[in-house]
Design a protein around this ligand. Structure first.
Ligand code: SF4
Length: 499
């Protein structure tokens, strides 16, 4: 399908809208001088996206055509329209045309970005109240009432925690340690995580840990020189508990020796795969200061677990959960996924009910997102996605978790999510993950260590975010380690430029 532009080149925003309706489509882009030239390209399936500016105003116009059916929208403005406003208005017109042509709608309307809650904070910072925020979200971005409510409730939970983050100042930061290994690879996984089953990968782990500890020491030195202060620690993956108790202890000791952790609000280690959890590992990490673990069933249906290639059972999940409680963890997160292959609305409801009965402090409800690198394929062969009860599942989870006293505390969206839904972290009051909020709302520097880690340097005063990427794969991380350490020197320069 062709996307034809004149008077603008807002490819990023308009393509994102088109993907809501035609997720598997590959678009051809065509940029034209004026409408006359653009119209010449209007053959076959296309969307014509135009801005005409004249002395007496601006016209924003969209025409979309699929299979010979055509829909149009236009708006006239008496004055010039800013680029930002144009992007929103053209996205809206395109959405309305495509909605009429396909019958598909998205509850997030044209809010296609990763972080919809940011819009709520932006509007409340401007002094808008709940009702005004809802009107703005639904009128400007076509967001449904249900999604307005969840975005608003999430922002409300976050407010006091974000205020405390701001109070801690520009020198506080989150620490991220990446362990990109898993015991085996799940079929829906789009992460670069490597299965530690193979001998070659197993051999990579010891030098990886050596280098990781060096990187921790190196980064710790820079943080100390700059007077930076850790606010939270997060070990993510992969599955950090793929490592042994001794290996985890070694990394945690190095971290404690290298950074000032005296004032952290949280220390999380993902023990995501129940088949990696042992009492020895949990007791070791608890002793070293870990306060929050994540133990992820994804579903409480063994048949679905088999479908997605998770090599554990629900029995192992319950056992791992009990082990974590026995080790003294009073904040446990459990991840589930709505829309897994072979899962039904009834089975998902049973998963949510089962988790609520278990009463973990955090329940994170993801919606399946299938990327190209995943072993699953969401293409139905007709340019759409396979039908899936994910929306019904998410609605059930939202209702039940609210009623059980959980509050949404972070929310984000990814590309290729089934039904254009979202991921929501739910927490019992007082158990919200600071790290998750800060990374999602982009309000604090994150210093990341390990392969695939991405350091985010935040200069909130000037609205600047700069990333330093580590090598993605553990082999590259090990092989180019010196080069990678050098990149970290940018942290010094960044803070020097700020002062
Ligand atoms: S546990 Fe997570 S990171 Fe590891 S293979 Fe499965 S989905 Fe991927």
């Amino acid at each position: 399908m062709k996307l034809i532009y004149f008077g603008n080149e807002f490819k990023y925003d308009t393509e994102a809208v088109m993907k809501l309706f035609l997720p598997a489509e590959r678009f051809e882009f065509c940029y034209c001088e004026d409408e006359t030239e653009a119209r010449k390209h209007c053959t076959g399936d296309y969307a014509l996206i135009g801005r005409q500016s004249a002395d007496n105003g601006t016209r924003l116009t969209v025409t979309a055509s699929i299979g010979g059916r055509t829909e149009s929208e236009y708006q006239d403005f008496p004055a010039p329209v800013s680029d930002d406003e144009c992007k929103i208005q053209l996205s809206k017109e395109l959405y309305l045309c495509m909605n009429r042509l396909t019958g598909i709608s998205s509850k997030w309307g044209v809010l296609t970005g990763v972080r919809p809650v940011k819009q709520v904070h932006r509007l409340t910072d401007r002094g808008l109240d709940r009702e005004q925020v809802f009107s703005e979200l639904s009128d400007t971005f076509l967001v449904s009432g249900e999604k307005c409510r969840i975005a608003w409730d999430t922002a409300v939970t976050q407010r006091p925690l974000l205020e405390e983050t701001a109070r801690r100042g520009a020198k506080s930061f989150g620490l991220y340690v990446s362990i990109p290994f898993c015991p085996t690879r799940c079929s829906y996984c789009s992460f670069i995580s490597m299965s530690a089953q193979g001998g070659a990968i197993k051999k990579l782990i010891p030098p990886y840990i050596e280098n990781l500890c060096d990187e921790i020491r190196h980064t710790g030195k820079i943080a100390a020189e700059l007077g930076l202060k850790a606010d939270s620690v997060y070990f993510g993956g992969g599955t950090p508990t793929t490592l042994s108790a001794a290996q985890l202890t070694r990394i945690m000791d190095t971290l404690a020796e290298s950074f000032d952790l005296s004032d952290i609000r949280e220390y999380t280690i993902e023990a995501g795969r129940p088949d990696t959890v042992t009492a020895e590992k949990l007791e070791a990490i608890r002793k070293k200061g870990c306060t929050r673990v994540s133990i992820n069933p994804q579903t409480l249906n063994d048949r679905v677990l088999e479908n997605i290639g998770r090599s554990h059972t629900t029995g192992q999940f319950y056992e791992a959960f009990r082990t974590a409680r026995a080790a003294g963890f009073d904040t446990i997160n459990t991840d589930v996924i709505a829309g897994l292959p072979g899962d039904t609305a009834d089975s998902f409801r049973a998963t949510i009910d089962g988790l609520i009965a278990l009463a973990p402090e955090n329940i994170t409800v993801h919606t399946l997102s299938v990327k190209r690198s995943s072993n699953l394929n969401m293409d139905d062969g007709k340019g759409g996605v396979f039908s899936n009860p994910a929306s019904e599942m998410v609605e059930y989870a939202n209702e039940k978790l609210s009623a059980a006293g959980y509050r949404p505390y972070y929310l984000y969206r990814q590309k290729n999510m089934v039904d254009n839904l979202e991921n929501i972290g739910w927490a019992k009051p007082g158990h919200e993950s600071i790290y998750n909020i800060c990374i999602m709302e982009e309000v604090q520097t994150i210093l990341a260590m390990g392969a695939v880690g991405s350091t985010k340097l935040m200069d909130l005063e000037n609205g600047r975010l700069e990333r330093i990427f580590n090598y993605k794969y553990p082999q590259d991380y090990n092989n180019n380690f010196g080069l990678m350490l050098k990149r970290k020197d940018r942290i010094r320069e960044f803070y020097a430029e700020k002062e």
